[in-house]
Design a protein around this ligand. Structure first.
Ligand code: WTA
Length: 667
């Protein structure tokens, strides 16, 4: 039996239920299922009134809105469209004059273990100074700014400072290549890049500024006027005169300037663009608005994490991903939480680092990805010294999971070894496009079932439908949709409104309901959602989204070598999915050492074109790819080969059946 069908089976027989105990329900913001159901009911009976109330209670508006939801241009929905606010003021200024002002906003732990803490008041000063510096560089409201920064307090400051002056940031993960950066700079039409000379990860100094230089040197980045460089290390960096300026220099220019007033923007003003992979080769610039996004970032901190004033919150995601936007850069600050920001990696200097940090900072809410959990299980099983039992995890109250399905085995290990069978696990389903959690348990209310993200948050009208948009009964697998808009939803794809409509609001379903791109099934008994994986050509490797087409285009762009390539995913015990590439070379099928060398070269090529996260784990060479007589590559066969499964599918329409055996062989 294949590992996928085993997984499916183990989930189908999943009968374990973990109701929240008294500790979790007592004093919870949403305590018990009746409280959850009451909120859902409120949203169903008075949709507009529900969101109006929440937006008034949770967001500070400089100009109150009078219209809640405008559907006149659907699917280009507008929320709170005539209101004005500033996101940074909602994360920082709003705490001034309250007891939160002297509270620690960020506990920063560097790669080498050094700890720096900053209060809300001091964070506001730093963001304000940097916002002044951005303005002094000529950056204005509406400009796009690329942030290519390590996980640091300065990374958060860069994002907040952009928001403060009304500039739209586009954060690019520090693991993306020069080419990926160049494409994003061009697509966004960015005027500036905020970066660091180096980033520190796992004891290594990795260049960032040099990659920015390489990206810009690839050409076409004509809109860039300034590159701001945070000197994370003492190491020298190469300066381009007239364009580059260090943080120290930029801040010196505005020394003595008072507080930078937060620029009020319209609720629909683009707070950020974040590029993510889709079904075609080019990444999509997911555009989020200010008002609705901020509302949901704040509210889900309260609802999903049941945030309390004394909590120490730690989301391990990088600011380069949506999770790091909503649950590092905005949500915790808007909610007035103390949070841990970590520069390093979970396995350095040892694989007990996360647990050691939980103990050291008395973390109460811990939010990470299944991939990290699975790799730390492996490490703990092979080395007693890094087993979580070596650390005091008694401060933990709530655990979270995000980015990919968590298999029940990993869920149980997390529950036992980290949560000590006392902490609810919130398995939060959401996407770059949803802005924040959409389907998730509530720690003080929802009975948990391992491997299930359980039920939609109040106001999120999630459903499972067939291709025509018709509702499917519980137990039947189908496509996950959200039938009504919600405030933090994607507004458009930057520069490509047509693609926005086509990707997310298919005509066959009426053109106004949101198609998530994931398959899902609801359990027969409770109606709980379980996500079965992407239904498009998007892979999820270690919780990172990668488009198969994106990797294929990278491979075939090595034109001297590659004639054709097809990329599929296969299940992997640690990373969830792994990238498997089938490659046809111009020179014919290689073997032995030559094949090994070419495979290494191709992996490095993909790392250069996209980033190391996209490197194929398996590369198979063939004289050809399996195609139908009409020339279409049969990906489902490739998926079976990648998994090492026997081919049971009908291959009679195949032009060249002999190729299957060849592709099944490793070199
Ligand atoms: C997957 C990350 C199962 C899903 C926040 C989705 C999940 C994609 C879960 C979005 C979960 C995310 N259970 N699958 N709890 N959370 N996914 O845009 O396939 O990087 O479509 O956003 O991750 O990935 P993205």
């Amino acid at each position: 039996m294949s590992s996928t069908s085993k997984n499916i089976e183990s989930v189908l027989v999943e009968t374990r239920v973990f109701p929240p105990d008294n500790r979790a329900t007592q004093g919870a913001r949403i305590s018990g299922m009746a409280a959850y159901e009451a909120l859902c009911k409120e949203a169903e009976t008075d949709f507009d009134g529900f969101w109006t109330r929440l937006a008034r209670e949770n967001v500070q508006w400089t100009k109150p809105f009078t219209r809640t939801l405008d559907e006149s241009k659907a699917p280009f929905y507008q929320w709170f469209g005539d209101g004005e606010l500033n996101a940074s003021a909602n994360c920082l200024d709003k705490h001034i004059g309250t007891p939160t002002e002297d509270k620690t906003a960020i506990i920063f732990e560097a790669d080498d273990g050094a700890v720096t803490k900053i209060t809300y008041k001091d964070l506001l000063t730093r963001v304000s100074q940097f916002a002044n510096a951005l303005k002094a560089q000529g950056i204005q409201k509406g400009d796009r700014v690329i942030v290519y920064m390590p996980m640091t307090i300065e990374g958060v400051i860069a994002m907040q400072a952009c928001a403060r002056i009304g500039a739209t940031h586009s954060v690019v993960f520090g693991g993306f290549s020069a080419k990926a950066l160049q494409e994003r700079i061009i697509d966004a039409g960015a005027v500036a890049v905020i970066t660091a000379n180096y980033q520190l990860r796992g004891g290594k100094e990795l260049p960032l500024k040099a990659i920015v230089d390489d990206g810009i040197a690839l050409g076409g980045c004509t809109t860039i006027k300034t590159v701001l460089v945070y000197e994370r290390t003492l190491t020298d960096w190469k300066r381009v005169e007239g364009r580059d300026i260090s943080f120290t220099e930029a801040l010196a220019e505005v020394e003595g300037q008072g507080l930078c007033p937060p620029e009020p923007v319209n609720a629909e003003h683009p707070l950020f663009i974040l590029y993510t992979s889709g079904s075609t080769g080019k990444p999509k610039g997911v555009q989020h608005a200010t008002g609705g996004y901020l509302l949901w970032a704040k509210l889900t901190m309260d609802w999903t994490f049941d945030l309390r004033p004394e909590d120490v919150f730690w989301c391990t995601a990088d600011i380069g991903w949506i999770t790091g936007h909503t649950y590092v850069a905005y949500g915790p600050l808007a909610a007035g939480a103390t949070q841990v920001v970590f520069e390093g990696i979970p396995t350095y200097p040892h694989a007990g680092r996360f647990w050691q940090m939980v103990e050291k900072h008395r973390v109460t809410i811990f939010y990470t990805a299944p991939t990290a959990i699975r790799s730390l299980i492996k490490a703990a099983e092979s080395d007693e010294k890094v087993h979580p039992k070596n650390w005091d995890l008694s401060s933990l109250r709530i655990l979270g999971s995000v980015g990919e399905p968590i298999n029940p085995e990993a869920w149980m290990w997390y529950h036992r070894n980290i949560g000590h069978e006392r902490c609810p696990i919130v398995d939060t389903f959401w996407q770059t496009e949803t802005g924040g959690h959409v389907i998730t348990p509530l720690p003080g209310a929802t009975p948990l079932v391992p491997g299930s993200c359980t039920l939609p948050l109040p106001g999120i009208m999630a459903a499972i439908v067939d291709e025509t948009g018709k509702d499917l009964p519980n137990g039947a697998g189908g496509m996950l949709v959200i039938k009504r808009p919600w405030p933090s939803m994607i507004r458009t794809i930057w520069n490509d409104p047509e693609r926005f409509k086509k990707s997310y609001f298919p005509e066959e379903m009426g053109g106004t309901i949101y198609l998530a791109g994931d398959g899902a099934v609801r359990s027969a008994d409770r109606g709980y959602f379980r996500i079965t994986g992407r239904i498009d050509d998007v892979l999820n490797v270690s919780g990172h989204r990668l488009g198969t087409m994106e990797i294929e285009s990278a491979l075939v762009s090595k034109t001297d070598l590659v004639a054709e390539a097809a990329v599929v995913g296969r299940p992997d015990d640690v990373t969830g999915e792994a990238v498997c590439a089938f490659v046809v070379l111009k020179r014919g099928r290689p073997s032995g050492d030559e094949a090994k060398q070419i495979a290494t070269d191709l992996r490095n090529w993909v790392a250069k074109e996209i980033g190391p996260i996209a490197k194929p784990k398996d590369i198979r060479f063939g004289d050809n790819l399996p195609k139908t007589r009409s020339g279409k590559i049969m990906r489902r066969l490739l998926r079976s080969i990648a998994k090492g499964e026997a081919i049971t599918q009908d291959t009679s329409t195949l032009e060249n059946p002999a190729i299957l055996e060849q592709l099944g062989q490793a070199y």
